[in-house]
Every structure is written in C-alpha cells, then in structure tokens.
Design a protein around this ligand. Sequence first.
Ligand code: HEC
Length: 253
Amino acid sequence: MKSLFLTAGALALGLMASSAATAAGGGAMPFSYSPDPGNTASLQRGARNFTAYCAACHSMKLMRYSRVGDDLNIPEEMLQANLMFNTDATGDMMMAASADGAASWFGQKPPDLSLTARARTPSWVYSYLMSFYVDAERPLGVNNTVLAGASMPHVLWELQGWQVKPDAEEGDAAADDDGHGGGSPNGLELATEGQLSPKEYQAFVGDLVNFMAYAAEPGRAGRQQLGVKVLLFLLVFTFLAYLLKKEYWRDIH
Ligand code: HEC
C-alpha cells in the first residue's frame, strides 16, 4: 500500500517537473521566459501592449476579442475603448489593421501570431523582442540577433532605445572581461536609452509574451487547475480505497 502512495507522489512530482520543463523550453536562446498563465494583471497589460504595438501588422485570427475579455476579466466597454481599434464587434476575430499594406512595405507579410508563442516557444519570442539592433546594411537600418535578416522594424524602439553590436575588436576585449560581448546575454549594448529602463522594458516584453502564450493556448490555465484537482482527488480516493480495503479484510486476517 505504501508503495502505491509513493508511486502516486512520484507521478505527481514528475508531472509538475515536466510541465515546468516545457514552460522553460527553448534551447540556445539568449533569454529564457516562463509564462505565468495565472497572473491576470500581467495578461491584461500584455493584451494592451499587443493591441497597441503589434496588432497594426499582426493578426491573431484564432482569437476573438470577447474571449480575451471573458478570460482576462476585462469588461466590454474597457475592451472596446482600450483594445479594439479595428472593429466595434466584440465577437470579431483579432485581425490586423493593415496586413496587406504591411506586406508591400516590408516585403514580407507579417505572420499571424495566434500560435507563434507555442510554435517558437515563449523564450524565443521574448529573446527576439530583446534582440533588435542598429545595422546600417539592412533596408530598415535594423537587424536582429535571434532572427538574422528579419524584415520587421524595431517597433518598440521608443520604449527600449537602440542597441548596437559592439564591433569585433571591442567585442573581443569585452568578452575577456565578462564572458560575452556586450552587457546583455545576446551580446548587444544599449547605445541610446529609451523611455523605459532596461528592467521596465523586460517587464513590458514579459507581459506581452505572457499574453501571446495565453493566446496560443487559452485553455491552459484552466487545464492546469483541473490537473491539480484530479491529482488531489486521486490521492484522496486512494486513501479511502485503502481504508475500505482494511475494513473488508478486518475479520479475515
Ligand atoms: C510594422 C509592421 C509590424 C509591426 C507593428 C510588428 N511586426 Fe512583427 N513582424 C513584421 C514582419 C514584416 C515580420 C516578418 C519578419 C521576417 O520573417 O523577416 C514580423 C515577424 C514577427 C515575428 C516572427 C514570427 C516568426 O515566427 O518568424 C514575431 C514573433 C513578431 N513579428 C512579433 C511582433 C510583436 C510582438 C509585435 C508588437 C510588439 C510586432 N511583431 C509588431 C511586421 C511587424
């Protein structure tokens, strides 16, 4: 009987560990980010950041505004006033304001971001948004260490400021000091400060990626809560079954 409890316990721990491992995901990314699906305030900020800075070009066509409102406890008037710029119908999908226009401006159609946080992992998206830098050789004057040759402009430059890649010699010198080129894990240095401090910018991007991870799997928070309840139920049930078995066999032994 004891071994049954141990097995159940080990199983529960194993499940938790594996979900943590999946959440961390992302291999050789310069930054890692684990979403926090239970943090509604962060998701609300992330939804606002997304609609304000990304929805002009990127759609989330698998997501309805009304679902975002329901899941994140955003009342309908607030949803319409703060998050919906293309439409008044809360039942609409989150379509981009100008995806076709953007395709002709940037040479590449901005991809739909409904599933990106799942396909690429949250750490990848976080790292990508951290890693734009000034590069005079690119058409828009900007490049990205995570997605080399990216055709997306650095839309958050006012907030982050401009990063540069320290040139090879300087980079080598710096690498002797602290193990990597610049001050940041992606080897970039902040040359011009933005409106946000580096810490505030990290929090801004964190909320944004948290929202994208939620949107890629809206049922996740609910599923995890259900999983915990099921495990608790199984533990209690096992205990009751054990008591019952003891009761049945009492007179026989
Ligand atoms: C001005 C239009 C525009 C805006 C605004 C914009 N993007 Fe993009 N984005 C693009 C284009 C174009 C690409 C394609 C880049 C490429 O593949 O070279 C892209 C690519 C991406 C990718 C890579 C997707 C993939 O799987 O390759 C991500 C992630 C992304 N954008 C996130 C964002 C986020 C988050 C915001 C808001 C902070 C944002 N974008 C705002 C135009 C835009």
